[in-house]
Design a binder for this molecule. Structure first.
Ligand code: 5GP
Ligand code: ZN
Length: 142
């Protein structure tokens, strides 16, 4: 069932009612830092128009989100100590989706140093100053 966009935290971020560390935006998409980063530079890319998940996002927004994801991933690799990017998209409660507004996680990785499993990791509240600083670094690398 579609989330009421009034109650959707990511719609509120798009509307500027909830703050975020913005990295990039265009007509259709927004990229911002995850506040519980799995690794330094963990970024979320969302469509500005509310869609719950992969099943209901429009083809145009789906393409736009992934084009933005590619831009961000390139910037992450250019400015962070990462040698790869784990791209995660959870669709539906059964997949552990928590925020019911389509989003792609871009998690900068170096498997030789970050000690994470291939598909399992923990997100923890981050240090806001550090998240803001790293978000600025990725933004500058775009
Ligand atoms: P999901 O499990 O739905 O794929 O992930 C939701 C993500 O959104 C989590 O990684 C969580 O840290 C992030 N998140 C939830 N609320 C907020 C918020 O208010 N601001 C930001 N920047 N990220 C959020
Ligand atoms: Zn929404």
């Amino acid at each position: 069932m579609a989330t009421d966009t009034q109650d959707c935290i990511f719609c509120q971020i798009v509307a500027g009612k909830v703050p975020c560390f913005k990295i990039y935006e265009d007509e259709r998409t927004l990229a911002f830092a995850d506040i519980n980063p799995v690794t330094e530079g963990h970024t979320l890319v969302i469509p500005k128009a509310h869609a719950e998940n992969l099943l209901d996002i429009t083809p145009g927004d789906l393409a736009a989100v992934h084009q933005t994801a590619q831009k961000i991933a390139r910037a992450q690799l250019a400015c962070l100590k990462a040698t790869g990017v784990t791209v995660v998209q959870l669709s539906g409660e059964g997949a552990n989706q928590v925020v019911m507004h389509y989003h792609v996680h871009l998690i900068p990785r170096d498997r030789t140093k970050d000690g994470l499993d291939k598909f399992e990791w923990e997100s923890k509240p981050g240090n806001m100053r550090s998240i803001e600083r790293i978000a600025g670094k990725i933004k500058d690398a775009l």
